[in-house]
Design a protein around this ligand. Structure first.
Ligand code: PHE
Length: 412
């Protein structure tokens, strides 16, 4: 109180000393009173009209939505595909008039495939760009690192493709557009046991990746429940070049199938070296294998492998084919992988939540997202469960000469 009064006194005293000097030195002749009145009146009318006009102009401000993903680094395919998916969805929404008349503006950051960079990217999107929500298209480890930032700032974050259960456990502002790995691991264990009649399995796990470790554990538990036996478990680290030691040990254990829940860059090399060593058992993988780059790196060595995934671009369903066609029109005939489809879905149901709740305010938006129910996405019908995970079926795809051949759909 005292300081503000002092401030007031200061300004009064400055004005008092300035005024006389100004009137003394001003060479401009003062306008006569008779001109002054109509001039003021005119000014008032012009201002009033301008204000009235302004009120009729609808608010056309854009809605800033953040995106980060692995645009460079060892899993750059994930980020590029997801970015393509998000931008296609934004384009469609904007073409159709935006969200309640507001165009979407996607602010893009690169997490370089690193958890530290993912946390920085989320912070930047929130603090510098003031985004209303974030689509976090990194691998699980990166979303895990970024989620606490969004949670503490009360900015909703949707991880389209991060399947590790812990991601959404970061708090009630964190959502995902995909199933979780407890389900994904179980799906592959069931397929191995029921469809491939496997009795024994080996595992190759990327021990630094929460995604890989999680899937490995879930597969192991489910396979055991189906009376399958784990004969050997080996580990590697993302970026390793030589996997022959582990693969030789696996060969000696002679498993019916080899589960490798890793990312495409490593998995492609593992497949090549496995075949070179004469390992013939089917290789089983998960969504982390899905990238156009997989085939370039792994080639024929991948034939006969199976993966669990979120959708199949070959599915004749109308929603899927419409999306595949639009994507190919946009991106020069590229077939959208699961990352692209999930990111597309994530932005679409985020937009629907903003539209329904009529605000971008964090808490309201969080509540609207939590109520997502029966949203018809490309990757299936999306409903949020109590833990903000999407409950959806998975598909099994067989890898054959550069293509993913649809095998079956497994319901949750
Ligand atoms: N599910 C993977 C993860 O959580 C990421 C991924 C999703 C990769 C979809 C490919 C396709 O790390």
């Amino acid at each position: 109180m005292a300081s503000s009064l002092n401030g007031l006194n200061d300004s009064v005293s400055h004005a008092a000393t300035r005024l006389p000097r100004k009137s003394r030195t001003s060479p401009v002749k003062q306008p006569q009173r008779s001109y002054l009145f109509p001039l003021l009146l005119l000014l008032t009318i012009v201002l009033a009209l301008a204000c009235a006009h302004r009120e009729n102009i609808p608010d056309r401000s854009t809605i800033a939505i953040g995106f980060f993903g692995d645009l460079t680094g060892p899993t750059f395919n994930f980020g590029i595909s997801a970015k393509n998916g998000v931008l296609l969805a934004a384009d469609e929404i904007n073409q159709a008039g935006g969200i309640n008349g507001h165009q979407i503006d996607i602010v893009i950051e690169d997490d370089k495939g690193s958890p530290e960079e993912a946390a920085i990217a989320a912070g930047k999107l929130i603090d510098r760009y003031q985004v209303v929500a974030i689509v976090a298209a990194g691998a699980s480890g990166n979303s895990l690192a970024a989620a606490p930032k969004a949670q503490s700032a009360h900015v909703p974050l949707i991880a389209p493709s991060s399947t590790n259960p812990a991601v959404t456990q970061a708090g009630d502002y964190i959502f995902r557009a995909c199933f979780i790995d407890a389900f994904q691991g179980e799906v592959m264990a069931k397929f191995a046991s029921n469809s491939l009649k496997a009795k024994t399995a080996a595992i190759m796990v990327d021990y630094n990746s929460p995604y890989s470790r999680g899937l490995s554990d879930f597969f192991e538990v489910s396979f055991a429940k189906l009376s399958g036996r784990m004969v050997i478990k080996q580990s590697y680290q993302q970026g390793d070049a030589d996997f022959r030691g582990q693969l030789s040990a696996i060969k000696a254990a002679d498993p019916d199938v080899i589960y490798i829940p890793g990312y495409y860059g490593d998995v492609a090399i593992i497949a090549k070296q496995a075949r070179q060593l004469g390992l013939t058992a089917p290789l089983l993988g998960a969504d982390g294998w899905d990238a156009p780059e997989l085939w370039e790196l792994g080639g024929d060595a991948l034939n006969g492998s199976y993966i669990s995934n979120h959708y199949s671009a070959k599915d004749p369903a109308e929603t899927i084919q419409k999306f595949v066609h639009a994507y190919q029109q946009h991106y020069g005939n590229l077939t959208p992988d699961a990352h692209a489809a999930l990111a597309y879905d994530a932005l679409k149901f985020l937009a629907e939540a903003i539209q329904k709740t009529g605000t971008t305010e964090g808490l309201k938006l969080r509540e609207a997202l939590a109520q997502t129910k029966n949203f018809a996405g490309v990757t299936g019908v999306i409903s949020m469960d109590r833990d903000r995970n999407a409950v959806k079926p998975a598909v099994i795809l067989k890898l054959e000469d550069g293509a993913y051949v649809y095998q079956e759909t497994i319901q949750p």
